[in-house]
Structures are given as C-alpha cells and as structure tokens.
Design a protein around this ligand. Structure first.
Ligand SMILES: [Zn+2]
Ligand SMILES: [Zn+2]
Length: 468
C-alpha cells in the first residue's frame, strides 16, 4: 500500500511540475499579449443597476441572471456559475468585476423575457430600465407550487429555503408550504400551511398534506395508518411524493410496486394525489413520461388519483421554485386542496395547456350517450421566447392523436387552438400532453430542460362501460 502511495506521489509531483511549467509558459504568452492590449483591471468592482417594471410602470419583482458574454470571458473572469438574484420590488444592484456580460430578466413563463448585453466598466453608470409584460394567460387558471421548502426544513438551511420574493419572481401565484415534518406558512404569499410528512423507522416514503393543523405520526407508522390519520380532516389533500426518486424516499421502490400491485403489506394507491413530476426530474422527462404512462393505466382501470407537479425547491437560486408547477382554478391557496382532490389541474414547466371534452375539463365526467364520438378542444399557449413542438391526445393508455404544433410568428406568443372529434366509445379517460421545443434554457440558465405540460384526465362513462 505504502509503495503504491509513494509511486502515486512521485507521479503527482511529476504531473504538478509539468502543469507548473505549462502555466509559466501560458502566463508568459499572456504577459506578452497583454503588453499589446491591456485587459480591464479586474480588481476594480463595477455596479450593474436594474429597475424592472410592468407596462403600467409598476415595479415588478423579477429574477435576474448575469452571465459572462462568452466562454472566453467566463474563463478570463474565472466565473463558473452565473450570478442569480431576485430583484425584490423591481430593484437590484449587482457588483461584478469589469467585463462583458449578458443579463437575463424574467418573471416566469407567462411573461416576456429580457436579454441584453452589459459592458461593465469602473466609474460608468451601468443602469438599465427593464419592462416585462404578460404574454399569455388562461382565464381562471392560477399556477401553484405544491412542494416548497422554506428555511424551516433542516435540509434547506444550506440553500436558504424558498422565500416570498423567490415565488413572486417566478410568477408563481399560490403555494403549499411543505417543510419536512413541520407545519408553516410564508408571510406575504398566498400559501396554505402543510407539511411533507417524512417518514422514519421505518421509511415508507414522503407525503405532502395540506391544509394541516397537526402533524401525524411520522415514525413507526405504515401507509394505511398514515393515510387514515391524515384524512381524519376531510379538507386535507394527501399526495404521494416523488414515488420513484432515489431509493430510500421513493414510495414505489420501498413498497415493491410492479406497476399494478405492491409486494409490501399496507402499501396502497389510495392517496388523492401522485407527484408525477418532482423538480429534481426537471431535466429528466423520461422519468416523467414513465410515471405518466403508469398513472394513465390506473386511470383507465378506474383508479382516480390526481397527477401533480411541484418544484421541491429547498431554496433559489440554484433550484428556483415553480418548476414544475400545477395550475388549478383555485382563486386562493385555501381552495387548492379541494380543486386538487377533484383532479381539476394541469402540470407544466412553462406551456399552458387546456383540454375540454364535450365542454368538460380535467376532473369532470362526461356521461351517458354523448361518449360515442367526443368533441375535443385543446389550447396550448406559450410566451414568444418558448417553442413547443408536439401536442398529443391520449385515450386510456393509447395515443389517440398527435400533431406538430406550427411555430408562432417570430416575436409573437404561441396561441394554438385545435378542435377535433374522436371515437371514444370504449375509453374511460382522455388526457392531453404538450412537449418538446426550446426556450427554457434562457429562462432557467440550464440546458436539457424541454417544455412539457400534461393535463389530468377527463373521465368518460356510459351504460356499456358501467357493465364492464
Ligand atoms: Zn421528499
Ligand atoms: Zn420535499
């Protein structure tokens, strides 16, 4: 062991010497070239001031990302991560080394996004007034983050926890505050107090529940007992969180779920909601599609469980809240639980998606003789900086129809509406998905995140089906 260590140490010294020699050469080349054109003095800090407002001139809390203008500039500045801040009340002053930057200002996916260059130089006024405007909205629908950790979650301490400003900056309108085994709310934000029941000894998974007055037993319990305890108050909405995320916190893995049944006793699918999309899967749509496929099969068998999405953010800026988010028609956070229990919801990381079947929406039931051929209307909305590729209609677990969405005119938001009639005599549920495209990398400063939205199911029933 010691012999190996000495050999490795010798090799390390040799590599270190070679690197040092290389750096010496590089620095000589650098000093030669710098005598030709002197680079900016990086010791003198500069200030970038932003004043952000809406079209009425009202200050707008927004998210700001400042990135070096090129890879070359990023290397010169030795800045690996983008600067990410919230401009609370629309005002922000950043201190940066002199350099060339690009600034992104955003207020979530329903609003315009501003992107512009800034040459930060000492003693210059780098002031910018930025106007953002709402580009799309679906009347009556409000985006909610159903999985939010504040500083009251112990594992959020390192990340700061989500704040009121973080939620406002992303255009999130409502939230369920779900700290680990702690009931809390967020001052100044329309939120409902809940908790992420985080089980222990044995670990049976994580469950969001709201509104909550008191915590259930989270240790030494089982899924049946826990659900019974939580739903003693009929107003409470209970969802199974991140059912396949990691191992020791994933309900489906802990219960030995094979897609139809559980190997472990007392595990069940009787919760009212299933977190089909957790924020840790933001850039892993394949995980979301796999869960959606499973969820569709249960819907087709008559098992009603609302598909939800929540960020599981433990603190911006590295993991901003609101991605994904769940839209409902709840006018305030106190109405979230009942809307979700009814399945009147869609989930998205950006595009807005509306589905109606014979005039009924997700969570509703289309009854009796009118189900032989059903009239479908779907709407997909997205801001001008986002592209959404594909719209799909699913009947039970089969793809019934799909289309490529034509791009919007440059600079215009996407407003795509389609109407069709499909035979649906034997289907129990109809559901829509919009996915693919681009634009979220500019909003989130991360690559690999594609636009994705899916609705809950519209249920179909007729006499023939009832006999099945
Ligand atoms: Zn969790
Ligand atoms: Zn969580």
């Amino acid at each position: 062991m010691l012999h190996m260590y000495v050999r490795h140490a010798r090799a390390f010294v040799a590599i270190s010497s070679a690197l040092a020699a290389l750096l010496l050469v590089v620095s000589r080349v650098e000093s030669l070239s710098s005598s030709a054109s002197t680079p900016p003095d990086t010791r003198e800090p500069c200030h970038i001031s932003l004043h952000i407002h809406d079209p009425e001139g009202q200050p707008l809390t927004a998210r700001v990302r400042v990135t070096p203008a090129s890879w070359r500039e990023r290397l010169r500045l030795s800045q690996i991560d983008d600067l990410r801040r919230v401009a609370d009340g629309g005002e922000l002053t950043l201190t940066v080394p002199p350099g060339s930057y690009r600034v992104f200002v955003s207020h979530g996916p329903e609003w315009s996004l501003a992107e512009f260059p800034v040459a930060a130089t000492p003693n210059a006024r780098n002031e910018s007034a930025v106007e953002l405007a709402r580009e799309v909205s679906l009347a009556g629908w409000h985006g909610a983050d159903l999985h939010v950790h504040t500083h009251s979650s112990r594992d959020a301490e390192a990340h700061g926890g989500v704040t009121t400003s973080d939620l406002h900056a992303e255009g999130v309108e409502l939230a369920a505050i779900t700290d680990h085994n702690h009931i809390g709310t967020l001052d100044g934000f329309d939120s409902v107090g809940g908790a992420e029941v985080t089980t222990w000894a044995p670990e049976i998974g994580h469950f969001n529940a709201f509104p909550l007055r008191e915590l259930p037993r989270w240790s030494g319990t089982n899924p049946v007992a826990l659900l019974k305890e939580l739903t003693r108050d009929p107003r409470v909405f209970v969802q199974i969180n991140h059912p396949r995320l990691d191992d020791h916190i994933a309900y489906f893995k802990l219960g030995g779920f094979d897609g139809t049944g559980f190997a472990q006793p007392d595990f069940h699918l009787n919760a009212q909601g299933l977190e089909v999309w957790n924020g840790y899967d933001l850039a892993r749509p394949e995980h979301v599609f796999a869960l959606l496929a499973e969820w569709r099969r249960w819907q087709a068998r008559g098992q009603r469980i609302t598909a939800t999405g929540g960020s599981d953010s433990h603190g911006a800026p590295s993991h901003p809240p609101g991605y994904p988010r769940t839209y409902t028609r709840a006018a305030n956070a106190n109405q979230l639980a009942s809307e979700l229990r009814g399945g009147r919801a869609f989930v998205t990381n950006g595009p807005l998606l509306e589905l109606s079947v014979n005039g009924r929406g997700p969570g509703d039931t289309v009854t009796s003789s009118d189900v032989q051929r059903v009239k479908i209307e779907m709407r997909v909305l997205a801001p001008s900086w986002m592209r959404v590729d594909t719209l799909e209609l699913w009947a039970d677990d089969k793809l019934a129809w799909s289309t490529a969405i034509p791009p919007a005119a440059p600079g215009s938001p996407l407003v795509y509406v389609t109407q069709l009639e499909v035979p649906a005599a034997s289907a129990r549920v109809i559901q829509a998905v919009a996915h693919g495209g681009s634009g979220l990398d500019r909003l989130l400063g991360r690559s690999g995140i594609e636009p994705l939205a899916f609705t809950n199911a519209v249920h179909l029933t007729n006499a023939a089906l009832a006999k099945r």
